[in-house]
Design a protein around this ligand. Structure first.
Ligand code: CO
Length: 373
């Protein structure tokens, strides 16, 4: 991993120069990991496990005593500094040590309050000349293009998610609650080696499946209804994301029609994917297919999103986004149709953009919905 990180830092340093910055402070957990291998977790949005400071000729990882041994072990390329009074108070010392003039920060992560505190510390500790420069997506843009080892890591995370699901669905029975099913699934995913879930699993039955982001409830699954699953696992930092919809009992005409429409929309979009297309164009392929049927307007969310160290990352496949697809990007393709009162169907696969088109990472294709007796 050391070589990989060195290479990333080298590329990132060129970006620094292009953006006229001499130092960059990294606070986003996934960005920190990507550029250092350090796995310290922030736990919640107003806490931090530390920051990287990247200069053309120096690398510093600042953290507190909870993490300093871990940081030294995981990030041998970095000089580890342990602060005692919080990161904000330490920054003037770090800026002086690094001879910083223009420090880039991630505007999506540094809170306004933190910004104010850092500014105040710099001013009071006689460094008013240090400029704090807001940036956007500097590391995230690098993370969009996956290295082959990252693609393998995503495949491994997806394999656990798929294997466990297809092993356990034959055991589903009418009368189990959504909560029971999701806990059963979570237990088996963890036993199969998952480090964590990518997000709380969705198990949505009957009318609940009409809510794209349904929360698991005490509702019992019944015969004659769809059950929508959306889940994924984290493995060595990388997140899988998959959706399948099954039917309990003999599927009726409505379900067959909706399922086929969603499946065809997904296949068309996957076949259309090429480098150079925008996220909007790919989204349009699936959307036009659905809107050409009686289910016009019932696909109300974007078609997909990047996935990697974060389960939702750029690029987006969405009517609102012009993100350009490039080889090495990994995106989900997840059309759905949602009918209030009846339910919904969503099918989600993960694909990697290649020179020739899309390579599907899933081993299972959703061409046949699972029917349970
Ligand atoms: Co997704």
């Amino acid at each position: 991993m050391g070589n990989l990180i060195e290479k990333r830092i080298e590329i990132f340093r060129k970006n620094l120069e292009k953006n006229n910055l001499d130092t960059f402070m990294v606070l986003v957990e996934q960005n920190r990991y990507y550029l250092s291998g350090y796995t310290g977790e922030d736990t919640q949005f107003d806490e931090t496990a530390g920051a990287l400071f990247i200069k053309p000729d120096q690398l510093v990882l600042a953290t507190d005593s909870r993490f300093d041994l871990q940081a030294k072990h995981e990030s041998p390329l970095y000089e580890v500094i342990t602060y005692k009074k919080g990161l904000e108070k330490e920054i003037p010392t770090i800026a002086q040590k690094l001879n910083t003039k223009r420090m880039g920060f991630e505007s999506i992560r540094l809170s306004f309050l933190q910004y104010q505190k850092i500014r105040k510390e710099l001013d009071e500790q006689s460094q008013p000349d240090v400029k704090l420069m807001a940036t956007e997506n500097m590391v995230e843009n690098m993370r969009m293009i996956k290295e082959e080892s990252e693609i393998d890591a995503l495949k491994n995370a997806l394999k656990i998610a798929e294997d466990v699901f297809y092993e356990f669905i034959p055991h589903l029975k009418a009368g189990m609650t959504e909560k029971e099913i999701s806990w059963w699934m979570e237990k088996q995913l963890r036993e199969a080696g998952a480090d964590a879930l990518s997000f709380p699993s969705i198990v949505a039955s009957g009318p609940n499946s009409a809510l794209p982001h349904a929360i698991v409830s005490d509702r019992k699954i019944k015969e004659g209804e769809p059950v929508l699953f959306d889940w994924g696992v984290k493995l060595k930092g990388y997140c899988s994301d998959i959706s399948r919809t099954i039917f309990l009992g003999t599927p009726d005409h409505t379900f067959r029609k909706i399922f086929q429409t969603v499946y065809d929309a997904q296949q068309k979009a996957i076949e259309a994917i090429r480098p150079g297309m925008t996220g909007k164009q790919v989204d349009q392929v699936a959307r036009e297919h659905i809107d050409g049927t009686e289910f016009k307007g019932k696909f109300a969310h974007g078609l997909g999103h990047g996935t990697g160290l974060a389960v939702h990352e750029n690029p987006r496949l969405s009517p609102l986004r012009e993100d350009l697809l490039e080889p090495g990007m990994v995106v989900t393709v997840e059309p759905g149709i949602y009918i209030p009162g009846w339910g919904g169907v969503r099918l989600e696969n993960m694909v990697v953009v290649r020179d020739y088109g899309a390579e599907v990472l899933n081993k299972t294709d959703a061409s046949k919905f699972e029917v349970l007796d």
